[in-house]
Design a protein around this ligand. Structure first.
Ligand code: DON
Length: 559
């Protein structure tokens, strides 16, 4: 007979439990979340080589310009928000600006009407690009590795090629006819591409080499500038070499505010992102949204009413602060914000016409790109960059292998006339030479109890701000893990048009009906996605987790 030691069993069980609880997952030191696996990997490789988050930003940014041509770019613009490990923070504005020859009525006909498509397709839609100036400035001030080390991965991706994803192949096919219409039958992206094909773009590789060896001069002068200017002008644009040479990225104070025990560090003007986020979060702060629950009727009502009110202010007051006096002391004042919400009624939607009259429409697009980085020192970077529409103006510069942006559409072509995102604007965002068009990009870093907490941002045109708003609340108020927080169903309201856009098939019909009964028009659009959020969370114990949005090819790589 075998000896039985029954008392050993419970001891062994407890011992095993103890072992399991002590074997924690290995601590993540940092990581990169971006729209494409290659780009995230390039960023993390730089971090592993001892580069800091700012080096990784440079490398990821140039890699995205190669492997994500729909939005990654060297010919667009963007915003960079950083927080150093010591808690200091700042932002760089490398937004495009209007060419010197631009003027207020650039897109109007003789009768004063907006000419359709002039600000979105073709050479006249192109703003003076800021991405190269911005990225090099970040490298100069904050980088630690030589530029060539940071650019070589992008050069390799351009010259040796990368595998096209399914989503990308579909996107190239969808736009192919338009590429050919604007650039002729032999244009580079007039080729047909299938998922898995290796795409090489040696022309872009050559431009990257030029930038790596000559810095900004390798982009804004010589053969690169010649090719860019002559193609844009041939396509009906007004950009000159002088425009390129005069462009400067600008360091600006971040827009900082508190929400409960959070400190939110976001992008200020000429992006509306931080201002609107500040307004919306302050509008909902007095309410107990945690108890209302995630995506419930009550929480949606509350957030929609905040969104509506903030976007109304956006259209009226916001623009490039170097050109217009924006009354930030008013629109961010707590009395003003509380007063705005005083008309909120749980029993009835506030019609947008009661806030400010107007008319608008809505356009679907998700072609900007955001990436988030944290390094092992605790430095954090949030970057959102864009060509505006997918592949920008569709004007392709064959010698350079790049599409040009159509950022000029973010200006208000005429007061009250909506742009491609249905956003209306006013004098504050009228076109003027060298002025920067108002943006919605909202790269944001959040601190909790003085420590790094969340790095977040999104593409999505006008829906960027509301996507960031929801993601912060998903994590902080509703305790969702970061991956669930970025994946969660989203909704959006932007004052005009006066309806809530819901992501399709994500919300209960009964919820939509109840909202409808209160006067909230709702729309579920078939292929509609709202934002693609890439975020990094550092929890109270210092554990890092990454969230890459399920809506795209977005990928989180950590080390
Ligand atoms: O700066 C802006 O707000 C827009 N140009 C962003 C465009 C965008 O997000 C496009 N697609 N998602």
């Amino acid at each position: 007979m075998k000896p039985t030691l029954p008392f050993l069993k419970p001891i062994l069980f407890v011992f095993t439990l103890l072992l399991i609880s002590c074997t924690k997952a290995p601590q993540i030191k940092g990581g990169v979340v971006s729209a494409m696996p290659y780009a995230s990997q390039v960023g993390v490789d730089i971090l592993k080589k001892g580069g800091n988050a700012y080096d990784a930003m440079v490398a990821t940014n140039f890699a995205l310009a190669v492997v994500y041509p729909v939005a990654g770019n060297i010919t667009g613009g963007g915003f960079f928000v950083y927080r150093n490990a010591d808690g200091s923070s700042g932002t760089l504005d490398y937004r495009e600006q209007a060419p010197n020859a631009a003027h207020r009525d650039l897109y109007l006909d003789e009768a004063g009407n907006v000419i359709p498509n002039k600000s979105t397709i073709g050479g006249l839609a192109v703003g003076v690009p800021g991405t190269v100036a911005g990225t090099l400035e970040i490298h100069k001030k904050m980088g630690s590795l030589p530029l060539i080390d940071l650019m070589q991965p992008a050069i390799d991706l351009a010259e040796k090629g990368y595998a096209i994803t399914e989503k990308q192949a579909r996107s190239f096919k969808r736009y192919r006819d338009l590429f050919i219409e604007i650039n002729g039958p032999d244009t580079f992206y007039g080729q047909t591409f299938e998922a898995g094909d290796i795409l090489k773009n040696p022309a872009l590789g050559k431009v990257l080499r030029s930038i790596a060896s000559e810095g900004i001069k390798g982009f804004n002068s010589g053969w690169v500038a010649d090719a860019l200017v002559s193609r844009v002008q041939e396509a009906g644009g007004i950009i000159t070499q002088q425009d390129l040479e005069q462009y400067e990225a600008k360091w600006r104070d971040p827009l900082i505010f508190n929400y409960k025990d959070l400190k939110v560090i976001s992008m200020g003007l000429p992006s509306s992102g931080g201002v609107c986020l500040n307004q919306m979060m302050k509008m909902i702060e007095p309410y107990d949204i945690k108890t209302m629950g995630h995506n419930t009727q009550k929480s949606i009502q509350l957030m929609v009413e905040a969104e509506r009110r903030s976007y109304a202010d956006r259209s009226e007051f916001l623009g490039d602060p170097d050109f217009v006096d924006v009354p930030l002391n008013v629109v961010l004042d707590s009395l003003y914000i509380n007063k705005k919400m005083s008309s909120f009624d749980w029993n009835r939607a506030t019609p947008s016409s009661e806030i400010k009259p107007g008319d608008s429409y809505y356009f679907e697009s998700d072609e900007t790109t955001h990436f988030s980085i944290v390094d092992d020192q605790g430095n954090a970077v949030a970057v959102t960059t864009t060509l505006n529409g997918g592949y920008g103006s569709k004007v392709f510069v064959e010698e350079l292998g790049v599409f040009m942006n159509n950022e000029m559409d973010d200006f208000s072509s005429k007061p009250g006339v909506p742009n491609m995102f249905g956003l209306v604007g006013n004098e504050a965002n009228a076109i003027a030479p060298k002025k920067r068009m108002l943006s919605s990009m909202t790269p944001t870093i959040v601190e909790k109890d003085g420590k790094l907490y969340l790095v977040v941002g999104s593409p999505g045109g006008s829906t960027i701000i509301t996507s960031v708003f929801q993601t912060i609340l998903n994590v902080y108020e509703h305790n969702l893990p970061i991956q669930d927080a970025v994946n969660a169903a989203r909704f959006h309201h932007q004052w005009l048009p006066d309806f809530i856009t819901f992501e399709p098939n994500q919300f209960e019909p009964s919820l939509l009906k109840n909202l409808n009964d209160l006067g909230y028009a709702g729309e579920e659009k078939k292929s509609r996605i709202i934002g693609k959020v890439d975020a990094i969370l550092v929890d109270d114990s210092g554990q890092i987790s990454l969230g890459a949005d399920r809506r795209g090819d977005d990928t989180a790589v950590s080390y």
